[in-house]
Design a protein around this ligand. Sequence first.
Ligand code: GUN
Length: 281
Amino acid sequence: MTAEILDGKKTSQKLLQQLQDEVKGLMHKPILAILLVGENQASKIYVNAKLKKAAEIGFETVFKNFPADATEDEIVKQITEWNNDKTITGILVQLPLPKHLDEHLILNKIDPIKDVDGLTVHNTGRFYSGQNPFAIPCTTRGIIMLLKEYNIELEGKNVVVIGRSNLVGKPTAQAFLYENATVTICHSKTRDLESIIKTADIVVSAVGEKIVNGKILKNNCVVVDVGIFRTPDGKITGDVEFESASQVASYISPVPGGVGPMTITGLMFNLMNLYLIQTGA
Ligand code: GUN
């Protein structure tokens, strides 16, 4: 069989069109503030894509790019300024930060009600304990939206999430738990990864290495590829060997054009949610 493509690009266009229509009816435009530290090329590309999409939808944006040697104090000062600015709806600090900066300290300076990534300890605490976070991480939100658009049932499914980052692995596992799936989180120290993947009805891979292929997948499983990196010859690829996996899976997300656009979609929906919460709408 050949798997059906989980088309993140098309799904994103459809969902964002609906959001754009809602934004048209708002009294004030929500404002997304993005802070980038340094010159990481991949981060710059992601940030530009977020700013561009936000503007297309009708949101306003503010962008600050600090030099790679910026101090914690300088960054915290900017975040505090945005926290206190009533016109700013959401604040996003692009990750990764340069090594000399304390990521947790910086993220936790964001006012939880403006935490558009859902990465503050306040929102993660609310999320992991079932207390309605103001936002959850954008990739996680995007993945669940994508699967729901394709009417893929999640309840009772065996989901294997490969990767345990705060940005993707852990929140995605948590989101599947909320959908009443049975969730396994695998990581670099997991023993016999392949036999665990073989049990999965849904595989989410967020590693950044080519580790999933058709041989280790269960027939008819759903494959969500979060990995994105360049091969030595410069091609953009994901964690999954697409050719072999698509012969076994029932659905598969491609790279590019799968989870990437859905992450931005998750961000845009998160911003709208924050606006609605803040304005009591
Ligand atoms: N870097 C890669 N993905 C993300 C994301 O979703 N949010 C932030 N803040 N940084 C990222």
